[in-house]
Design a protein around this ligand. Structure first.
Ligand SMILES: Cc1cc2nc3c(=O)[nH]c(=O)nc-3n(C[C@H](O)[C@H](O)[C@H](O)COP(=O)(O)OP(=O)(O)OC[C@H]3O[C@@H](n4cnc5c(N)ncnc54)[C@H](O)[C@@H]3O)c2cc1C
Length: 493
């Protein structure tokens, strides 16, 4: 066990844990994030619709409704400070029969109660001008101009990098296996050793019930609810210009059709309760449902352009609200649990709220603790994006480092220089590079570029070789053995 007593240990480095870490970093103290996976953004934060919701869906008066609207409003400043992709493109909830109109009116009223600005109902003629591919059955829609789309990996990585630059420590491959309390100090046991803290934050996503139940006798149950998607190539990316929802039902917001910030078209998700917390497979039945339901709101979706399918797990709680606060029977243990949709949107506000609760815990025993830091730097430099740099800027990059002139991922236009930079900023697996730069996310899904990415990872990280480098952490190695010895012996990277 280390001698250090951290002020706060955060369990989980998804968007909730990373947003909390960045807010903690604004204050004096020593903070640690423990993550089971080999990188940030490996849970639900990497597999969702990436919508920055306007906030008309959640029940008024809930934490979900408040933090959705607050979080949405923080995105413009966050994008400026942290340089990740975000576009306020607006959303439409489409009504396909006059009988269903009261559903639109209910959403409009709920949105107004939640404080969402700019909401209005558009009739078919205007809707058709906004979305020429809208279904022939569409009669009207709720227009929400404050909705947007973002890069969920980019946001989470930006929060992580900024928190780390401001002194927050991160430990990966460190699953928490036990929690115990002795007086005012919590002991957190992981596969990588034991750590102590005055305050523990539970931001473990679908596993937040397991962590909560280690600390508190008041049982929490999280039901994983799977959402499956089809992702279409960039050739289909302009099929719609806004996020197009159907009217929501009891299992959630229904199937949407949306452009992504990477220029693709995303269609999904389903909503099915599943038994396993790792049940992220896609199914033929799920994907058939996605296609069938999407066609109710948008016509002629070119599904032949599908390049991959994936799914994510919502951390659903029966009460259907975020579960944030200090456990009554476990002083210093703070839940940030049941963060289902709109958790990505709400994350900047969730981070503020959770950090503030940690501040209350820390100042209870020491009023001078958790003082605001004058030297907190809110800015973080984003990764180079060759889709948006000018030719002059690209030339300057190549002048400084010729590796920026060698394309590795042709589908997503990513150069060797960018991949080397991502490695130097901490990426150690192919998926870590993918989340930072989009490499392997295009039409070939890594068929052409993966071998070169593996080589670069090995060149940049001397402790990695072709047998140990992974797709996404231990157990996902690409190479099992050399098929023939290279000249000179040894296994060359
Ligand atoms: C299908 C679907 C669609 C969605 N669409 C949207 C949307 O469009 N807009 C929106 O705002 N929200 C959306 N959401 C919700 C959003 O994705 C989540 O609210 C958000 O990503 C939750 O983040 P998190 O950090 O709480 O959880 P996660 O991202 O799951 O992070 C939890 C982390 O904890 C780690 N962990 C777990 N157990 C342990 C342990 N024992 N020790 C250490 N670490 C541990 C995990 O490895 C993981 O990295 C959607 C969700 C789903 C599933």
């Amino acid at each position: 066990m280390q001698d250090i007593i951290y002020d706060v240990i955060v369990i989980g480095a998804g968007v909730s844990g990373c947003a909390t870490a960045r807010e903690l970093a604004r204050h004096e103290g020593r903070f640690l994030v423990l993550e089971a996976a080999d990188d940030v953004c490996c849970g639900t934060s990497k597999a969702n619709s990436a919508i920055v919701h306007a906030g008309f869906d959640a029940r008024p008066g809930t934490l979900m409704a408040r933090l959705n609207v607050e979080g949405n409003a923080l995105f413009d400043d966050l994008e400026r400070d942290l340089e990740f992709a975000f576009m306020r493109i607006g959303s439409l909830v489409v009504c396909t029969s006059d009988d269903a109109r009261p559903g639109l009116e209910t959403l409009l009223e709920r949105g107004r109660q939640n404080g969402v600005e700019g909401l209005r109902i558009v009739e078919r003629e205007e809707l058709l001008r906004m979305e020429p591919n809208i279904s022939d059955e569409a009669v009207a829609a709720l227009w929400a101009p404050t909705a947007g789309i973002c890069d969920p990996f980019g946001l989470t990585i930006a929060l992580f990098e900024n928190a780390r630059a401001n002194g927050v420590e991160f430990a990966f491959n460190a699953p928490v296996t036990a929690l115990s309390r002795d007086g005012d100090t919590w002991t957190v046991t992981t596969d990588r050793g034991t750590f102590r803290a005055r305050c523990v934050v539970n931001a473990a996503g679908v596993d937040a019930d397991t962590i909560h139940n280690m600390a508190s006798a008041e049982t929490l149950t999280i039901q994983p609810r799977r959402g499956e998607y089809e992702l279409l190539d960039t050739t289909a990316g302009t099929h719609v210009a806004h996020t197009v929802f159907m009217l929501p039902g009891p299992m959630g917001k229904g199937v949407l059709v949306t452009p992504t910030v990477h220029g693709n078209l995303l269609v999904g998700p389903t909503a099915d309760d599943v038994d396993g917390k790792r049940a992220t497979q896609t199914t033929a039945a799920g994907l058939a449902t996605v296609r069938e339901r999407a066609a109710l709101t948008v016509r002629d979706i070119p599904f032949r352009e599908t390049i991959t399918s994936f799914s994510g797990l919502r951390a659903h709680r029966a009460e259907h609200d975020f579960f944030i606060g200090e456990a009554a029977d476990a002083p210093g243990f703070v839940d940030c649990a049941a963060i289902e949709s709109p958790g990505l949107t709400a994350s900047p506000a969730i981070g503020r709220m959770v950090a503030s609760i940690c501040g209350d815990v820390l100042t209870r025993n020491d009023p001078a603790a958790f003082a605001e830091r004058a030297d907190f730097d809110p800015h973080r430099k984003g990764y180079v994006n060759l889709h948006i740099v000018s030719e002059d800027e690209w030339s300057a990059l190549i002048q400084a480092d010729p590796a920026y002139g060698t394309l590795v991922c042709r589908c997503c236009v990513v150069s060797e220089g960018q991949i080397r930079e991502a490695c130097r900023r901490g990426a150690r697996s192919v998926d870590a590079i993918k989340r930072r730069l989009g490499v392997t996310m295009g039409r070939c899904q890594g068929g052409f570029c993966t071998p070169r990415v593996l080589q670069i990872l090995c060149e940049e990280h001397p402790d990695l070789d072709l047998l140990s480098v992974t797709k996404s952490g231990p157990g996902s190695e690409y190479c099992v053995a050399p098929v023939k010895a290279p000249r000179g012996g040894g296994l060359d990277a």
